[in-house]
Design a protein around this ligand. Sequence first.
Ligand SMILES: [Zn+2]
Length: 142
Amino acid sequence: MSQLPTIRSRKLEIEYNIPISKTKKFWDGLREGKIYGTRCKKCSKLYFPPVADCGECYSSEMDWVELSGEGELITFTHIVVRPTSFLNEQPYTIAIAELREGVKALAWLTGVKRKDIKIGMKVKLAPKITGDGRVTYEFKPL
Ligand SMILES: [Zn+2]
């Protein structure tokens, strides 16, 4: 008698609780029009969005680094079927770009027509304050 393999899947949820004090500079920076990442003091790995602890060497010694926000588009996707939390939004484009500083960033891409979006195009990460007062960031063509 053959036995079918049992496939078990378990949802793995990892929650990051980063104290607000450790990310405050990032949010304040956005409000001032600046993009900050963090760089590990021990192994120099750069992070965006900033993290409080290095995933490479587990050090918690991080430096704030202001990033240019400028980069090149690596990939993008148009989201037409939106998750419920974004139903009020128009279809949007999510993009990943590699910033000049060598770190990849994920954000919405706005300010460019869909047909004009090209892999390799220059983009800039720009802080944005939403209608309801939240701070976020998005890519704009450069
Ligand atoms: Zn490190």
